[in-house]
Ligand binder design. Structure first.
Ligand SMILES: N[C@@H](CCC[C@H](N)C(=O)O)C(=O)O
Length: 285
């Protein structure tokens, strides 16, 4: 099976985007891992699939982490998604409605090169965050190597645990991130965010992503960190999030309001790839 793909990124969080409307695609978990492999495949943090919507939405958006797991949401990917469908002539609309595994989101091409995405309403209510095993409040004490670390848990459609640190340069994102990702209190695993608060309008953030490891930026992670900071009374409603790959703007007006995320979406190159024999089986995702 050969198919066309586009390599894109949002602040260095990189994607392979595949049009599964005009191409017949069926990929296994192993195929995704092969495509995402930076040595033997193309390399990316996530594989994004553009499909026909099953509802009134314009498209269905499927997201696979580099480890092959299918997930509910990806913010940087949503910005790339609208740029992709626009540049490939799949839609002329500047704002589209896309169906994800966790509901509808609305990415919009701005007049400059940026994209703003209405990411939906964050969920703090313990009954709405099934990814945490022990549901008592939205702030939890997590036992990491015998130390009690305070984290906020929030769902942006996908699960996030956010920790405030004095300096993100010094935070043990690789080791502690991996421990939090697969901590027994998160039976569905979790994205682990490390946030340094600079002032009420500016944070620095690193995220150890579920199924991908530390990435240059995480869109839903940025939304999650800002809403956690606002919930704790530490941040204003309009915040610049500095990531390793650049800045995102996150806006949230509080309870029951959607989160808006603004940032770039960049195309790197177009390619065609065939899966190595043995990589493709009939069991599709
Ligand atoms: N990079 C993404 C998030 C991708 C999914 C995440 N790793 C998960 O497993 O939930 C973003 O920009 O939001």
């Amino acid at each position: 099976m050969q198919f066309k793909f586009t390599k894109m990124h949002g602040l260095g969080n990189d994607f392979i985007v595949i049009d599964a409307i005009n191409q017949s695609i069926s990929l296994t978990r192993e195929n995704i891992r092969f495509l995402a492999d930076r040595h033997f495949g193309v390399g990316c943090d996530q594989v994004l699939i553009v499909e026909k919507a099953s509802s009134n939405a314009d498209f269905r958006y499927r997201i696979f982490n580099a480890d092959g797991s299918e997930v509910e949401q990806c913010g940087n990917g949503a910005r790339c998604f609208v740029r992709f469908v626009h540049d490939h002539g799949l839609s002329k609309k500047k704002e589209i409605c896309i169906e994800t595994a966790s509901g509808l989101i609305f990415p919009k091409l701005e007049s400059n090169l940026d994209v703003t995405v209405n990411m939906g309403i964050p969920r703090f209510n313990p009954s709405d965050i099934p990814f945490i095993a022990d549901k008592r409040s939205s702030i939890y004490l997590l036992d990491i190597n015998g130390e009690q670390m305070e984290i906020s848990a929030v769902s942006m459609g996908n699960p996030h645990a956010v920790m405030i640190v004095p300096s993100i340069e010094d935070a043990s994102v690789g080791t502690m991130g991996a421990q939090i990702e697969s901590h027994p209190r998160f039976p569905q695993r979790v994205n682990a965010g490390f946030m340094q608060i600079i002032d009420r309008h500016h944070i620095k953030l690193r995220v150890y992503e579920r199924g991908a490891g530390e990435t240059f930026a995480c869109g839903t992670g940025a939304c999650a960190a800002v809403v956690c900071g606002i919930e704790r009374g530490l941040l204003a409603s309009d915040v610049t999030v500095s990531t390793r790959g650049g800045d995102l703007r996150i806006q949230w007006n509080g309870e029951k309001q959607p989160v808006l995320m603004t940032g770039p979406a960049t195309t790197v190159f177009e390619g065609t790839i065939g899966l190595p024999s043995g990589e493709h089986t009939s069991t599709s995702l």
